[in-house]
Design a protein around this ligand. Sequence first.
Ligand code: NAD
Ligand code: IPM
Ligand code: MN
Length: 359
Amino acid sequence: ARSYSITLLPGDGIGPEVVAVAKDVLSVAGSKEGVELRFREMLMGGAALDAAGVPLPDETLAAARASDAILLGAIGGYKWDNNEKHLKPETGLLNIRAGLGVFANLRPATVLPQLVDASTLKKEVAEGVDIMVVRELTGGIYFGKPRGFGTNDKGEETGFNTEIYSAAEIDRIARVAFEVARKRGGKLCSVDKANVLEASMLWRKRVTAIASEFPDVELSHMYVDNAAMQLVRNPKQFDTIVTNNIFGDILSDEASMITGSIGMLPSASVGESGPGLFEPIHGSAPDIAGQDKANPLATILSAAMLLKYGLGVESAAKRIEAAVTETLDNGFRTGDIYSPGTNYVGREIECRCFCQINN
Ligand code: NAD
Ligand code: IPM
Ligand code: MN
């Protein structure tokens, strides 16, 4: 039988809750397809800070690199919010993304027919939305230098960051986005702030240049402020969106809400080679952690992306997606996607999902 090693990074807050269920779902979906998955759990984020004094221990990065794919829950929490930069859980997350070289982050925002009523947008606006946000993940203002704290010429305290992209960084994310768009609806919208920012001017120039390699994909450009507005005005105009690290972070949270909840959105982060990193787009949700309220579906769907994009076992990924559909068809809902006429089951939704795959 085929056998793969998976690194699990539960992290903090609701992270361990949602990873535990995704692990079970992965196991059973794999075994149904004759694929054996071996799991190794490692420390990351606040949990690693408490146990080992750093947010990303060397052993964690080494284990992740040596495995076939990585499933991450979420990191962060009030306890570590005032830590110095290098001792923040979030720094561990940025470092593992950079360490693995996973520069392309795919965040699909798909409105499932069962969840149209869970969207805060009108039915006719939300229905049928199917957007793929391709977010650049290892560059831009998150990593640009110079950065830090200083003093200006008036003697006032300052904080500063640098939004910077090289042509090569833009070219490679653009190629991924064009490939993705080609396999979807054939439309790519590049989102930037090229009316103001030099980094965006180069972004637009390079994306336009790369477009000549993909004559079958229709390219458009949009400023990010307009894109934020268009996403809630008429989201169906979008097929694939490509954008930088920070705009992608913000727009994907916005897009998630069209689908009903941030608790629904999975993601896949991939690089040129090496294992991919799979994680829900949401955070550690400290406000609901430990209360059996977290929606595990974003992580379960991330597990499906792991099987599909990470291991190439699409049949097992389909089993998970079908189980999610079936569970929603049966009316089961967590609080974040509840609507009148459905059945609130809290986090027990995971058992329903598990049973569907195990059938
Ligand atoms: P968040 O995504 O954790 O939570 C935002 C809101 O959405 C909260 O009200 C939360 O209860 C709700 N929510 C999130 N996931 C949910 C789920 N699966 N089911 C139901 N409701 C859900 O964002 P935040 O509150 O801004 O950040 C909290 C912490 O998480 C911070 O420390 C932040 O840095 C961290 N964070 C981590 C990641 C990550 O690990 N990838 C992503 C975003 C934020
Ligand atoms: C995300 C998160 C992270 C990001 C934070 C926690 C560093 O918001 O995965 O979307 O900004 O990338
Ligand atoms: Mn985010």
